[in-house]
Design a protein around this ligand. Structure first.
Ligand code: ATP
Length: 134
């Protein structure tokens, strides 16, 4: 089985480093699947789950924006924040989602609204990755 190295790094340090058979990431323009030997590319990342396919399993990492750099033998993800499913604090994400929903209900002004929408997206992404619900 052909593999590609994946490194996920955040300002707090490395989060993931492994050999996988395929990477699926959410870029600003949609989902992108990366196989070994992919042409060199750089793409901005959205808030979403990175799916890391191995021979008999798929691992998930919640990512909140950043950049994806692809080389034929290596994928580097520079993320604002990233957590593997086991690192996610479910209660924290649920609280964060609740706070964001309350702000969205309040509809104070456009900046707060946009900020709350993004916070809700980050929280729901973490909840989905924790639950393996992707
Ligand atoms: P919160 O409202 O809970 O602070 P947030 O979306 O505003 O969430 P971020 O700014 O995206 O948080 O992340 C700040 C730091 O906290 C990052 O290091 C991120 O990995 C970590 N983090 C945020 N939420 C969680 C979570 N539910 N479980 C584990 N780590 C988290």
């Amino acid at each position: 089985m052909k593999t590609i190295t994946v490194n996920i790094v955040t300002p707090d340090g490395p989060v993931y480093d492994s050999e996988v058979s395929m990477v699926i990431a959410v870029t600003a323009t949609g989902e992108m699947g990366v196989l070994p030997g992919h042409i060199p590319t750089v793409a901005p990342l959205g808030i979403g789950a990175v799916r890391l396919k191995k021979e008999n399993s798929t691992e998930l990492v919640a990512v909140s924006g950043g950049f994806l750099e692809i080389r034929p033998e290596k994928v580097t993800i520079l993320a604002q924040s990233a957590e593997t499913a086991t690192e996610i604090d479910l209660a924290r994400a649920q609280e964060s989602a609740k706070r964001a929903e309350a702000l969205l209900q309040a509809r104070k002004d456009e900046i707060d609204y946009k900020r709350a929408e993004l916070a809700l997206k980050r929280a729901m992404n973490r909840i989905n990755v924790y639950e393996g619900n992707i």
